[in-house]
Write a protein that binds this ligand. Sequence first.
Ligand code: AMP
Ligand code: MG
Length: 277
Amino acid sequence: MEFHRIDAPGRINLEEISPEPPEEVKKHEAKARFDVLNDELFGLQDLMWGARTHSVLMVLQGRDAAGKDGAVKHVVGALNPRGVRVTSFGVPSEKEKRHDFLWRIHQHTPGAGEVAIFNRSHYEDVLVVRVNKLAPRPIWKERYRLINAFEETLVSGNCIVLKYFLHITEEEQKERLLEREKEPTDAWKLNVEDWRERDQWDEFTAANEDAIGKCASKRAPWFVVPANAKWYRNLVIAESLAAALRPFRKQWRKTLDETGKIGRRDLKEWRAAHGET
Ligand code: AMP
Ligand code: MG
């Protein structure tokens, strides 16, 4: 499966990427494939959990109603909750504001063996902060470099960093927001801010394009996920996650086998010393 993996800095034009699923991908096939991937992901996560040599950070970005929450639900659904932590980042608290912008983020990065999923992230500090002028230009401009250095620090600690931009159209967003209003069980999600941000659609587009283009690297790639269809969005995320973890399967397996051997040997020695068989 091909996806919009951006792994080198450069100019991004979101208009060139369709938010719709490709013609040739059919919904029922995608769902079948998603189920297969779920099993594979569960197995890979289990190996990673046991091996404790790597971790995974999935960053989910996207406009309101782009499907960040839905993506969290589906990714987590595929995994063993024992090893997953989800963190949502909202408006910084007074305490958080008294620190550098990465302070609140770093505390939630995954430990060895764990998967961390960020619903919004440090990227808000070059998105909403930039568009709504919450910090002066020189401050947020500097942050692309700081974000790259931060993510490089994580990668150096064997964290597999994957960043997702859930790409929807203005029309799709409008439909979803109106849907929320009609649906009594979804009304709690209503927020005037969501409509206000629609007036700044182009400013947010530019900010997202810069965030992706300036902070993409081989070691911390971005994925632009066509997200107008939820089933395709889920498939792309699962497929890209599996592709990122699969190369480590052998290595994790080997680590676990070696740990197992040591355990067996220790047990054998202990039994011999205690005269047990
Ligand atoms: P939601 O994701 O809809 O629950 O809303 C979270 C809100 O927090 C969004 O409106 C974000 O723009 C806002 N937010 C997240 N991070 C920051 C930040 N660093 N500075 C200002 N606002 C933020
Ligand atoms: Mg919101």
